[in-house]
Design a protein around this ligand. Structure first.
Ligand code: NAD
Length: 458
């Protein structure tokens, strides 16, 4: 289903209706002109009568005219009555039409509110340089930022998403754009389209989401990945698989280089995701070896930014939402476990660089600046400016104790490293969540649109 076309059809139908009503309205004239035209019509009728009289009795003889009028007085009165009735009917119709116009205008305004009229300025690429790029999971947090980047570069972007954790709102600023298409599709089923590149991101990413339906999470990461690798094989597309630092499990090597094989509990609550992603990597290299598919594997570390799901359940969004509402900030465990967070635009830069490179081995994409969860809680509370207490809750099963990427590979082969400092990224993220919390109905928009092309100009 192409969502944008439906909306455009609705708008078009209303446009046609409006034009019809306006034509009707014009053919009747305004109420004032209606009165005037009726008055003129009645005068003309009298003129006609007079003219007739004049014709019979001569132009400058009022007496015969009066005589004629009184003789035909009954007929004239009837005619007037008829005209009055006709005028009333027309006036009623006119009022009715005006009411309808008003209703249509309101409807159009409402629809226009939903469809942004102006798109961000995208670069023009000629057909030789313009690629058709599929992003699975493109309506999700990371995917939607990747959509922005590639759209701004002037490519044709197709998003396939089942909207499990993603939202149309994340990409609504592109709906209707000639380079953009949104397909409601579950990647567990095959997809037959022609593309040059595939960014395969479809998969729930936060623990509450992927644990909600573990079997589906495994299917998405295995069957879904087979479908995408199969598509890449059929059309000769390059494919980038969004893997995760979770393939390292609860690591006993620190920081984690790509050569580390990991420490994953295969039957724990997180296994549906961790093992699902590990199989996705295995599948990628099997397709590369056996079917010559051109694969890239990004091992993504914790990422944050605007458009994160409100129920994401991970540290950054949880802490920000709690702080904004002056609730206690809840840490699972002692708060001594470490994480490193990268801002989403850094990740997008890294993924695009990896896709463009010739490097085919897995690459860590993350921010190596490591902080304890306690530190994050304090930084976020201070930046929000609230008075939240920081409290401890029991630790979560299989929660990794240390997480920090070794990004030497990304530096060496992609010339990539994160650039956005934590405080800067947090400002944008906090602002986004503040607006989200302030929304009380659907018509209040909180659309985070790409504001700068700075990153694209590198
Ligand atoms: N955000 C992070 O910190 C992080 C860290 C490591 C890896 N990743 C990986 O990056 C990718 C994107 O993560 P995100 O944070 O944007 O998550 P997200 O939940 O916001 O986005 C995932 C998207 O995939 C869609 N999806 C899920 N199952 C699908 C299916 N069967 N068919 C079609 N669409 C489906 C969802 O509706 C959503 O739009 C995921 O593959 C995730 O594993 C993310």
């Amino acid at each position: 289903m192409v969502f944008s076309k439906r909306k455009m059809k609705q708008l078009f139908a209303f446009g046609v209706a409006i034009v019809l009503v306006i034509c009707l309205y014009k053919s009747w004239g305004s109420p004032a002109s209606a009165k005037l035209s009726l008055a003129i019509a009645s005068d003309n009728d009298n003129e006609l009568e007079g003219g007739f009289d004049r014709g019979r009795f001569g132009a400058r003889h009022p007496e015969p005219r009066v005589a004629e009028q009184s003789r035909d007085g009954g007929v004239v009165a009837d005619r007037r009555e008829e005209l009055d009735k006709e005028q009333d009917t027309r006036m009623n119709e006119l009022h009715e039409a005006k009411k309808q116009i008003l209703q249509l205008e309101r409807k159009i305004q409402e629809l226009e509110g939903r469809i942004p009229r102006k798109y961000p300025d995208v670069t023009f690429l000629n057909y030789k340089n313009r690629k058709r790029i599929l992003i699975t999971g493109g309506a999700g947090f990371v995917g939607s930022h990747l959509v922005d980047y590639l759209m701004m570069q002037g490519h044709e972007v197709i998003v396939a998403d089942n909207f499990f954790t993603g939202r149309k709102r994340n990409v609504e600023h592109w709906l209707g754009h000639e380079n953009f298409e949104l397909i409601h599709h579950d990647i567990v089923n095959p997809l037959f389209i022609e593309v040059d590149e595939i960014y395969h991101l479809a998969s729930p990413a936060s623990p509450p989401h992927y644990m909600y339906n573990p079997v589906k999470t495994i299917k998405t990461n295995t069957l879904g990945t087979i479908n995408m690798l199969g598509l890449a094989k059929r059309v000769g597309a390059k494919v980038l698989i969004a893997s995760t630092s979770e393939v390292y499990g609860d690591p006993d090597v620190h920081p984690q280089p790509e050569t580390y094989w990991g420490h994953v509990n295969p039957i724990g609550p997180r296994a549906c995701y961790d093992e699902g992603k590990r199989v996705a990597e295995t599948l990628s290299y099997a397709y590369a070896k056996q079917e010559n598919v051109n694969v890239r594997v990004a091992r993504i570390f914790n990422t944050y930014g605007p458009r994160m799901h409100m129920n994401d359940g991970r540290v950054v969004s949880n802490f920000i939402i709690q702080a904004l509402q002056n609730q206690s900030i809840t840490m699972y465990g002692s708060g001594k476990q470490t994480r490193s967070f990268q801002y989403v635009s850094d990740l997008v830069d890294g993924m695009v660089a990896l896709m463009a490179s010739n490097y085919t081995q897995p690459v860590n994409l993350g921010n190596p600046v490591e902080r304890t969860i306690q530190e994050f809680a304090e930084i976020i509370r201070d930046q929000v400016g609230g008075r939240s207490k920081i409290i401890e809750l029991p630790a979560v099963e299989d929660d990794p104790q240390r997480r920090k990427p070794d990004i030497s590979r990304a530096k060496k082969y992609l010339n990539w490293e994160p650039r956005v400092p934590l405080k800067e990224g947090l400002i944008k993220t906090i602002e986004y969540f503040r607006k989200e919390l302030a929304r009380s109905n659907h018509s209040q928009r909180n659309i985070f649109v790409p504001e700068t092309t700075e990153n694209l100009e590198k």
